[in-house]
Design a protein around this ligand. Structure first.
Ligand SMILES: NC(=O)C1=CN([C@@H]2O[C@H](COP(=O)(O)OP(=O)(O)OC[C@H]3O[C@@H](n4cnc5c(N)ncnc54)[C@H](OP(=O)(O)O)[C@@H]3O)[C@@H](O)[C@H]2O)C=CC1
Ligand SMILES: O=C(O)[C@H](O)CS(=O)(=O)O
Length: 490
């Protein structure tokens, strides 16, 4: 065990949660070839773990085991499945502190945010454990006297999951919870930057009584290879992915060969509109929450901030003052509000967007500089226009670009001028304007006078090139079920 793993284990009440082996077919295994990969702490740059690096052969075994295990799991009553999931939820919450520390160590977000993600992630297990008991069928009045028609809903099959580094717990539970509640087997590949949270989740799944083989976590640096296994293995009937739109396109093309059912939670480019009748202090609070949560590394972060001319200067000054209160540092340090970015590529993307804006005549109001390592000053830039990169590309970092607009129609036109359509936000108090704008915005999620919209009880997902399907809510389980129409002749 290397020094840093020992260091991290020393922070945990239950060091056994820091697992570095893969969880395959109910066993903790090393790779067939013994391969491992390093996991680093983005705040300190040090290696915190060496994790098993699986190949396609081991993933095939996980898929085969899931196919076998799901037969017995789906045959159990919904109430029985729900009770096991409730136990898993309870264990996640009992271990919230340790799971939060592991998450902060591998991903960088401040501990308070990480613990919040654990609660958010666990809420999907709680929610879908309850929804398992509401997978209802239908009876339909027969079309002929001797026909009795029914519809039943059955688990779709083994589910393959690929998830990103920015929410290393919740993005997995948002997929595995409905899958397991529906009676499916599940094989999840976490992002190579952040496998430890997924493996800790598997430790607790085993303790909760999730049957051996039903749920596997397959860490690997061979993302493309594992993705191909998921798309080519006939036992896989569902692929669920959260990540960039570019990778989503690759997976959709690969999934076509087997006509694989896909859920895609992809990139965003969220507009955040402040009208002149907004409560400006509330709008600043909402912008801070939406823009700087997870250091701007979420797909629903405000990516473009449009401010009506009459309140532009006042809003800009208030926002800059709030941004300057952010405390950038190591997420394991008390009081830190803003951690590092995930990697060097992310830092370069923020710098590129800022430089591009400055080259176009924009001005930095606060921040704008890298600090050290992967840390970056929270930044506000004014004078942004629709021709700049930040208007069309997801920054995924602590940059708040302020655009000025004159009319409501102009704001809606700018906001909708993107290939993405995940989340949008606006602040206004005139009821006519609120009604018109919330209906005109082409997004799957609209926050009105709020900057935070994420909850397990509501359908999360985008339109246009932000994805396919919805996660969470009573709708979220549909993608893990197949509908069967039975026509009985009597
Ligand atoms: N919608 C969202 O919540 C997210 C959006 N993004 C957007 O994507 C941009 C890039 O971030 P990044 O993390 O690189 O996102 P990616 O889409 O590249 O990575 C997301 C996941 O997909 C895996 N992956 C990458 N390429 C393939 C492939 N060809 N086949 C199968 N799996 C693959 C990655 O593996 P590995 O990590 O090992 O490379 C990771 O687990 C961000 O700047 C942001 O704009 C990113 C994350 C989340
Ligand atoms: O992918 C993401 O960024 C998350 O879905 C954002 S949220 O669900 O935590 O809002």
């Amino acid at each position: 065990m290397n020094k840093h793993v020992t260091d991290l284990k020393m922070l945990l009440k239950d060091p056994s949660l820091l697992e570095t082996r893969a969880y395959v077919a109910g066993e903790w295994i090393e790779a067939d070839d013994g391969a491992t990969f390093e996991v680093t702490n983005p705040a300190r740059g040090d290696v915190i773990a060496q994790v098993t690096d699986l190949g396609r052969a081991e993933v095939k075994r996980a898929i085969t085991a899931a196919e076998a295990a799901m037969k017995l799991w789906a045959a159990r009553t919904a109430k029985d499945r729900a009770q096991v999931m409730r136990k898993w939820f309870d264990l996640m919450m009992e271990n919230q502190d340790d799971l939060g520390k592991i998450l902060t160590a591998e991903m960088g977000k401040p501990l308070a945010e990480a613990k919040g993600e654990i609660a958010y992630g666990a809420s999907f297990i709680e929610w879908f454990g309850e929804e398992a008991k509401r997978i209802y069928g239908e009876t339909i009045p027969g079309h002929m006297p001797d026909k009795r028609l029914t519809v039943i809903r059955q688990p779709i099959g083994v589910v393959a999951s690929i998830t990103p580094w920015n929410f290393p717990n919740a993005m997995i539970t948002r997929k595995c919870a409905p899958a397991i509640a529906a009676g499916c087997g599940f094989v999840g590949r976490p992002a190579s930057e952040t496998p430890l949270s997924a493996l800790a989740m598997a430790v607790l799944a085993e303790r909760a009584g999730i049957p051996k083989g039903l749920f596997s976590i397959v860490p690997s640096t061979k993302a493309s290879e594992i993705g191909k296994e998921f798309c080519e293995n006939p036992a896989i009937r569902k692929l669920t992915f959260t990540g960039s739109t570019n990778t989503g396109r690759i997976l959709l093309r690969q999934a076509a060969d087997q006509v694989l059912k896909c859920s895609m939670e992809l990139g965003g480019n969220a507009p955040f509109i402040v009208f002149d009748d907004a409560d400006l202090d509330a709008a600043v609070e909402g912008a801070m929450a939406s823009k700087f949560r997870n250091n701007g590394q979420t797909c629903v972060c405000a990516n473009r901030i449009y401010v009506q001319a009459g309140v532009y200067d006042a809003f800009a000054d208030k926002l800059a003052a709030a941004v300057e209160k952010l405390n950038v540092g190591d997420g394991l340090t008390e009081g830190v509000t803003t951690g590092p970015l995930i990697n060097e590529k992310a830092v370069e993307k923020v710098q590129d967007h800022i430089q591009d804006a400055l080259d176009g005549g924009a001005q930095i109001l606060t921040g704008g500089q890298p600090i050290e390592g992967l840390f970056f000053e929270p930044t506000v830039v004014t004078g942004i226009t629709q021709t700049m990169k930040v208007a069309t590309e997801e920054t995924f970092g602590p940059l708040a670009p302020l655009f000025r607009f004159e009319t409501e129609k102009e704001a809606v036109r700018y906001a909708n001028d993107t290939i993405f359509g995940l989340a949008a936000y606006f602040y206004a108090r005139d009821i006519g304007r609120v009604t018109r704008v919330q209906e005109a915005l082409e997004y799957g999620i609209v926050g009105v006078n709020t900057g935070i919209i994420s909850t397990e009880v509501a359908p999360f997902g985008g339109v246009k090139q932000s994805g396919l399907g919805r996660e969470g809510s009573r709708h979220g389980i549909e993608d893990y079920l197949e509908m069967k129409y039975i026509c009985l002749s009597v």
